[in-house]
Design a binder for this molecule. Sequence first.
Ligand SMILES: O=P(O)(O)OC[C@H]1O[C@H](OP(=O)(O)OP(=O)(O)O)[C@H](O)[C@@H]1O
Ligand SMILES: Nc1ncnc2[nH]cnc12
Length: 311
Amino acid sequence: MPYTIEQVKALVREFPDFPSKGILFRDIFPIFRHPEAVECLVDHFVERIKELGQRVDVVVGLDARGFLFGPLIAIKLGVAFAPVRKRGKLPGEVVSVTYMKEYGPDVFEMQADALAAGQNVVIIDDLLATGGSCKAAEDLVAQLKGKVLLSAFVISLVGLEGDKKLKAPVYALIECYKLFYLEMTLTQGMADGGGAAALRPDYMHRFRPTVAKPVISEVLRSTLGNAKYEAEGMAELSTSIGEKIVQRLVAEPGLERYKFVANVSIFQNNGQGARMSIGATWDPESDAAVQETFTSESIRCVAVVFAVYVY
Ligand SMILES: O=P(O)(O)OC[C@H]1O[C@H](OP(=O)(O)OP(=O)(O)O)[C@H](O)[C@@H]1O
Ligand SMILES: Nc1ncnc2[nH]cnc12
């Protein structure tokens, strides 16, 4: 069955916390379970490359996932394929460059005779994250006096702005804006062994998440609407948001007997994930927790408010 490019895109999966905590891993391997999907992907890249309207001499693929379809693209274009490999894997004379990846430093190498001076190159890889790998490949091509016309990826993690590190233009089939994930588990249990029923609040005096959520949301929007993430000042900002939320909730009619705890965390919206797990022991009939998030290009803020009823 022939695949459409939209069906190919849909095969990419996400794995939170792989290969380490906080990384949301994009897995392209399911595409390779379907030969027609691979063919569609390769044809798609070939079309984009032909649209450049320039002579391409060599397709350069990055270790390791760029090797999966870089050579297939090169075959369809009828041009050479050259690998960029991790340190120590290529025999003969090599050029090398040290670079930073999303998970730490590494060294890339190319064989010195993989390219002739003046040749035009297209770089192929599965994913553009911080751009460190692709910039290293651009440097290697430059050392060999080649010219990068385009770098093409299946996925670009747009928020990491990898393209800004690169000299040549970038094409990505999938542009991912969803870089951040957050999961919250609330573990709750009864604080007393029973007997509290008579002391619990009636409906009019009970904390209701549906009432509290818009209040919290409004505080986040009004405080963070124009804010930019900066290393300085975020601690004070989160403290003041927490204070505002608590002041607003205390003023809500009927909640006089509640104590509130607001936990406000501000993160830079830069593609890193976060996971929170909170344990609480309370009376689920009267106590509650609500969570609201605010996201802008620069900031991700999570406010969790615990409301505990004083018998
Ligand atoms: O834009 P960057 O921040 O440099 O990250 C992108 C690179 O990271 C991944 O490869 P990785 O180095 O994990 O190697 P692999 O292909 O061997 O898994 C991916 O395949 C890209 O090559
Ligand atoms: N988030 C991610 N998913 C898959 N491969 C990657 N390489 C670097 N970051 C990655």
